[in-house]
Design a protein around this ligand. Structure first.
Ligand SMILES: Cc1cc2nc3c(=O)[nH]c(=O)nc-3n(C[C@H](O)[C@H](O)[C@H](O)COP(=O)(O)OP(=O)(O)OC[C@H]3O[C@@H](n4cnc5c(N)ncnc54)[C@H](O)[C@@H]3O)c2cc1C
Length: 319
């Protein structure tokens, strides 16, 4: 177990904000995690569990505990002629998991190539890209209840997945820490997973900024989902408005398109700005604070609301 005081988080958030945490704790197995959870001092302090910090916006230093998993490993737990079940430690880098499945010729997550972050968080976030979400392949998640210390197996249905949403994101539920996830991958792909991965990686490299070079957290806002009636009214006023079919007959709008129409794409304000190739990505050019990024996000949100009457919701979690 690793415990550090006044620990810098710059390497632990992809906006590269130079914030600190009072305590940083890293556990290597479930026993160590249980020990931390049962500790009275831990229970008194506020705590935040992070993965790779690729979806977090730190507004201040953390005056509590930042917790991070080091539980790694990937193992096939079941195999038939058609599929494998792959159990993955929460701290595995998500893209390493994708690379491993593709190298074995298994399909299911190749569309989710190159998404930053760790496997545990991927299950929390219900990550998605190119028409696939992790919910399509996740069989179960193993998690510890932070309040009762009980270990619980969540089936796919119990994860309550929806667009960028899961049971674990609902603040009304007891907080849970995921230690492992199990994915069901097909051994009979219809197209080559390796070819798909290559295409996805090349598209993403072309379109998205690399956080190692330019601080960012991917899409800052979620795509708004509205009713067909509301959409028809908007479409009358804005015939070029981009849209996609969503669950339950609803309509998903492109947040990037809405932001671009408001003239934000490629704009720079001091050390913060909107990426020149993608209007949904807010960037830290170096030296920005979390509050400056939050202020820019708020002006974008207000402008889109004034112009289209649509409220954008951040996908990024403010800390
Ligand atoms: C360049 C770029 C591109 C991106 N592209 C995409 C994309 O295409 N699709 C997409 O869906 N996302 C995308 N993202 C967002 C991000 O990669 C995902 O949200 C990712 O799953 C976050 O993983 P993380 O490990 O960094 O989690 P963090 O940002 O550290 O945490 C995210 C949330 O998960 C919680 N959490 C972390 N670990 C655990 C755990 N073990 N147990 C319980 N809770 C936990 C945290 O408390 C937090 O609420 C992108 C981000 C970047 C920077």
């Amino acid at each position: 177990m690793k415990i550090e005081e006044n620990y810098p988080l710059e390497r632990h958030n992809t906006f590269r904000l130079p914030v600190k945490t009072r305590w940083f704790m890293e556990y290597g197995n479930e026993e160590e995690l249980e020990k931390i959870l049962r500790d009275e001092y831990f229970q008194e302090c506020g705590s935040l569990h992070i993965g790779g910090g690729s979806n977090l916006l730190f507004l201040n230093d953390v005056n509590g505990i930042v917790l991070h998993s080091q539980i790694k490993g990937m193992a096939v737990t079941e195999e038939t002629d058609d599929y494998v079940l792959l159990r993955v430690g929460a701290a595995e880098m998500w893209d390493d998991v994708v690379a491993c499945t593709v190298a074995n010729g298994w399909s299911g997550i190749e569309n989710l190539s190159l998404i930053p972050g760790e496997a545990g968080a991927a299950a929390v976030q219900n990550i998605g890209a190119y028409g696939t979400e992790i919910k399509n392949v996740l069989v179960k998640a193993e998690a510890y209840n932070q309040l009762t210390f009980e270990k619980r197996l969540f089936t796919n249905a119990e994860c309550e997945y929806a667009y960028r949403y899961s049971y674990f994101k609902n603040e009304h539920n007891d907080p849970h820490i995921i230690t492992h996830i199990t994915l069901r991958l097909s051994k009979r792909p219809t197209v080559s997973p390796a070819a798909v991965r290559e295409t996805v990686i090349s598209r993403r490299r072309d379109k998205l900024p690399d956080p190692a070079v330019l601080g960012n957290a991917g899409s800052f806002f979620m795509n708004p989902v509205i009713s067909p009636v509301q959409f028809e009214k908007l479409k009358e006023k804005h015939p070029a408005m981009l849209s996609y079919p969503a669950a339950e007959g609803k309509v998903k709008l492109s947040a990037a398109w809405l932001i671009e129409q408001c003239g934000f794409k490629g704009k720079r304000y001091g050390e913060v700005g909107i990426y020149e190739k993608h209007a949904l990505i807010l960037v830290n050019f170096g030296g920005a604070t979390g509050n400056e990024i939050a202020l820019l996000a708020e002006s974008i949100r207000m402008e889109v609301e004034n112009r289209f009457g649509i409220g954008l919701t951040p996908e990024v979690r403010y800390v």
